[in-house]
Each structure stands twice: as structure tokens, then as C-alpha cells.
Write a protein that binds this ligand. Structure first.
Ligand code: ATP
Length: 515
């Protein structure tokens, strides 16, 4: 746990030092849970967006994009259920005065029990060595079974209480499990209350109920209200999807853990409209394809796991999360939800407009069902950054910090470094930049020794460093250094484009995702 905290701390300071993420309005001591992306962060973020957009929109004939407004008619949020039900159960510790999400306290408790099980399994593995049968061990070891049973009991009680909105039941569970406040260590808890997460503001100059608008808490509703506009103008046929990337706002009770939980964040959402009755087939389809999308980045397959929702949101008939092993442990990265026809039906009711599709094959009109994939852009950013961040012990006993960012996402694809600042080397380096910059974001650096410049590029995750020396002027060859292996190779300028292309082009990463 301590090591995990340290890792997050190291990551935060590295992100600040190298221009990835700054605390917002830092000169005024910052604003809680709000962050700004710096010069490197903006590049990385844009590349993540492109990876999503290209694979979701451009690689699917039947998915199109949208960019809807953040402000929407207030009735939208009445219809979607957010005004009445977009709540988190909160609980305060009377001694520390700290506020928590009651469901998160319970989830954390469950996670601790899970970790106990994993420890037990590890112990077993060590004890039995080669002959260890993990599956058998998990279904027979009394300690594992006892903790598994505890988890199941807690999950059952929690699901029951949350579904019935039984806040006293939620509190009782916290008391029964003897959960203590991590700050004060006490069990002195208040009642559990519901807290609405939407930010509201006034439209125009007249105050009053009629002019109250909300900052959207999700981008999805902009897609639903435009369902017919897109379907008709784009002559779309079911099944089809609408994708959008944009800001969302939530007044989170507990906003901590860096950019993992912010009050202003960005979502990349896709709503896929399908025939009623076919939603489970598409739910499985998107679960698989989204998992493939994540793993395709090569951060490590073991960093992902599924979590099926215990308590389904008011609109869903199936839901799961793709969780990622962040420095704080496994947490939600992406949600995949089968939203039924809830949203479109609600909007039909509240607007009085029909939101239906005439299916020529069935010769029938219906309100489509929806399968949603929703991934947080900032959480993707944190996932990439935290998996990429590595401190390596080198052979000469020095250490280097390197960001092994997937090359296609790296802020710069290559750095062009003249060995010295004279003899025509800077000019040659700039010629090379001109030949690459239309296709790739590349950086010029002539300051300090080559060794120091390599370290700087490692720290921002540049996959290639290209050194221009006197020999370059004679035979048009350069030294290219690989960020991950630190191997250096002499190649001709003619080969340069191709070497970068092989590792860092969109083709190199998107190929595996073509359906
Ligand atoms: P959580 O349980 O962590 O609050 P959620 O289940 O409410 O998340 P969704 O409503 O499914 O989240 O939102 C879809 C995605 O948006 C999430 O998977 C996450 O990546 C991202 N997201 C949600 N809330 C935040 C936030 N406060 N800060 C950053 N990203 C967020």
C-alpha cells in the first residue's frame, strides 16, 4: 500500500516536472480535483483521442461522430433520470470530519478481502511449487473459502440495500463490518445521505428555476437527443453507432487520486443502437472489442480485469467495467452498459417527439435498444502514464526514468540531436526535421551533452533519438537510438521514415483492430 502511494506520488511529480499535468490555477494554490494538461500532456491526450476516434469511427462503416453542446435543455436531465437519481450515498466521519462515499468504503473493504485471498494463493504457490494446482486450491483452501464467503455476503447485503435505497441498511453494513475512517481510525459515523452530483448554473441574467441549466454529467445524452438527426441526415441503418468525445462535469464527493477522479473530465463515449432483443449479443461484442482495443496498446494484458456491476444503474439491464491496475490498485477505466430503450423512451415521453426507427427488413418501427461504451480520457491518460513510468537500474549503476509510452501515443516520435552546435550539424538536423514533421511530431534539441539529451527524451517517452554527427554530412547516415532497449544503430536517412513508420505510425497499431 505504501509502495503504491509512493508510486503515485512519483508519477505526479514526474508529470509536473516534464509538462504533462499541472494542478489547475496553481499560483492560487490550486483548485481541488482540477488539473491542466501541459505541453506534453496535451500531445499525449490528443493521441489517445485519435486512437479512440480512428478505431471507433473511422474503422467502422456504421459508426459516425458527433460534437454536441455541453449545455442542454434542462428537461434532458429530468428525462434521463439524473435530476432524481444521479446520487452518491455519502457518509461523514464525526472525528476526522472527512466525507466518504459509503459504497466506496464497502468496495475498499471487499478489495482488502480479495487481497487476502491472493496472498493465500501466493503462499500456496510457494509452498507447493511445481505441483501447485491453483484452481483446486481456490475451491478447497479453508482461508480462501472463508474470505470468499465473506465477500459474497457483503456484496449481497450491499446490493440489496442500494437497490432499495435503504440508506440505514448501508450504514448498518459499515458498522457491522467495523469499517474505520482511514484518517481518524474511528467508527464514529453519521447517517448516510444521498448527494446529487450535477453542477447547475443560471442561463442569461434572470435568476430563477426556469433558467437553471446543468453542466452535462455525461456526453451520452447529447447523442440520444440527436439520434434522429443523425439517423436521418446520415441515412443510417440499425445497427449503427454515434461516438463523441467531450467534457463532462460531476460534483464528486471524494475527489482524490490525481486525474483519476476529477470534477471536470473528458469522456469518450459511443452509443450503439440495435434491434430490441439483440442487445446481449452486441453487449458481448463490445465487451470483447473494447478489451482488445485496450490490450492492443501492449501495456500488459495482466493489467486489465472485468468487474460485473452488482447494482445496475436505473437504465441498464447488464453492465460491466473494464478495470485497470492503477498505482492505487484495480479501478474502473471503462464502463460497458446495455441501456435498453430507457433513454430514447424517456426522451419520447418528455419531448412528445417520436424517436423511432423504421426497420425495412422487419417492416416495422421501434425504439432501438442501446449498448454503450464509455471510457474516461483522463483515466486512459493515467493508465498509459502509470504503466509507462519505469525507473531502471543501468549497468553503470546509474538509474534512468523512462516513460515506455506506446510509440504511437508518445508526444514526440523522434528527437533530432546535432552532436555539436556547429560545423553545419544544426542545419543538417533541421533538414531532417523538415523531412519528418509533416507526418510526425518531432523535436529538436541541441542543449547539453548527448547523454543528458537522451535522458530527457527517455523522461518524456520519445521512442527514437536521432543523432546527427560529422559523418552524417559525408554519407547521410545517422545514429538512431531505441528508447526501450537503448540500442544504437547507424542507418541511412532514406531508411529513417520507414523505421519510425514500423513502430509509431497509426497503421502499425490500428491494423490489429480492423474487423
Ligand atoms: P465511478 O464509479 O468511478 O464514479 P462511474 O461508474 O460513475 O465511475 P460512468 O458514469 O460509467 O462512471 O462514466 C464512464 C467513464 O467516465 C468511467 O469509466 C470513467 O473512466 C470516467 N469517469 C467517470 N467519472 C469520472 C471522474 N470524476 N473523473 C475522471 N473520469 C471519470
Amino acid at each position: 500500500m505504501e509502495a503504491q502511494k509512493d508510486r503515485l506520488k512519483d508519477l505526479i511529480s514526474h508529470a509536473k516536472e516534464y509538462g504533462f499535468v499541472f494542478p489547475s490555477s496553481e499560483i492560487y494554490d490550486g483548485l481541488a480535483a482540477t488539473y491542466d494538461y501541459g505541453q506534453m500532456g496535451a500531445e499525449l491526450k490528443n493521441n489517445i483521442k485519435l486512437y479512440w476516434w480512428k478505431s471507433m469511427v473511422q474503422l467502422h462503416e456504421n459508426i459516425v461522430g458527433l460534437d454536441s453542446a455541453i449545455f442542454m435543455h434542462p428537461t434532458t436531465w429530468k428525462a434521463s433520470g439524473h435530476v432524481d437519481a444521479f446520487n452518491d450515498p455519502l457518509i461523514d466521519n464525526k472525528d476526522s470530519k472527512k466525507r466518504y462515499r459509503a459504497d466506496v468504503l464497502l468496495e475498499d473493504h471487499i478489495e482488502k478481502l480479495r487481497q487476502k485471498i491472493e496472498k493465500e494463493v501466493e503462499k500456496g504457490r510457494k509452498r507447493f511449487g511445481e505441483s501447485f494446482d491453483e484452481v483446486q486450491f481456490r475451491v478447497t483452501n479453508p482461508n480462501v473459502l472463508r474470505n470468499q464467503e465473506k465477500i459474497e455476503n457483503i456484496e449481497k447485503r450491499m446490493k440489496n440495500a442500494l437497490e432499495k435505497n435503504d440508506l440505514e441498511g448501508v450504514r448498518q453494513l459499515i458498522i457491522d463490518l467495523e469499517i474505520v475512517c482511514p484518517i481518524s481510525g474511528s467508527k464514529n459515523w453519521t447517517e448516510v445521505r444521498q448527494f446529487n452530483l450535477m453542477f447547475s448554473t443560471e442561463l442569461g441574467s434572470v435568476a430563477g428555476d426556469a433558467s437553471t441549466v446543468y453542466l452535462r454529467p455525461e456526453t451520452a445524452q447529447g447523442i440520444f437527443v440527436n439520434f434522429l438527426n443523425v439517423q436521418k441526415s446520415g441515412r443510417m441503418k440499425i445497427p449503427f453507432g454515434i461516438a463523441q468525445i467531450g467534457k463532462a462535469f460531476r460534483n464528486e464527493i471524494v475527489a482524490r487520486q490525481f486525474i483519476f477522479r476529477m470534477r471536470e473530465f473528458e469522456q469518450m463515449e459511443m452509443q450503439f443502437f440495435v434491434r430490441p432483443g439483440e442487445e446481449m449479443k452486441w453487449y458481448e461484442f463490445w465487451k470483447n472489442l473494447r478489451t482488445k482495443w485496450h490490450k492492443n496498446l501492449g501495456l500488459g494484458d495482466e493489467l486489465y480485469r472485468f468487474h460485473d456491476h452488482l447494482k445496475l444503474a436505473h437504465y441498464a439491464n447488464a453492465a460491466c467495467d473494464i478495470e485497470f491496475n492503477f498505482p492505487m490498485g484495480f479501478k474502473e477505466l471503462e464502463g460497458i452498459h446495455s441501456r435498453t430503450d430507457f433513454d430514447l423512451k424517456q426522451h419520447e415521453q418528455h419531448s412528445g417527439r417520436k424517436l423511432q426507427f423504421f426497420d425495412p427488413e422487419l417492416n416495422q418501427s421501434y425504439v432501438p435498444f442501446v449498448v454503450e461504451t464509455s471510457v474516461g480520457l483522463d483515466r486512459m491518460f493515467l493508465a498509459v502514464l502509470s504503466a509507462a513510468y519505469q525507473e531502471e537500474q543501468l549497468e553503470d549503476n546509474t538509474t534512468r526514468v523512462v516513460l515506455k509510452i506506446p510509440p504511437v501515443l508518445a508526444p514526440y516520435k523522434a528527437a533530432i540531436l546535432p552532436l555539436v552546435k556547429k560545423d553545419g550539424l544544426p542545419e543538417k538536423a533541421k533538414e531532417i526535421i523538415s523531412s519528418l514533421q509533416l507526418e510526425y511530431n518531432v523535436q529538436y534539441d541541441e542543449k547539453d551533452s548527448i547523454g543528458k539529451r537522451y535522458r530527457r527524451q527517455d523522461a518524456i517517452g520519445t521512442p527514437f533519438s536521432i543523432t546527427v554527427d560529422h559523418q552524417t554530412l559525408e554519407d547521410n547516415t545517422v545514429t538512431i537510438r531505441d528508447r526501450d532497449t537503448m540500442d544504437q544503430e547507424r542507418i541511412t536517412l532514406d531508411q529513417l521514415q520507414n523505421v519510425i513508420y514500423q513502430k509509431a505510425s497509426w497503421t502499425s497499431v490500428l491494423g490489429a483492430l480492423v474487423q
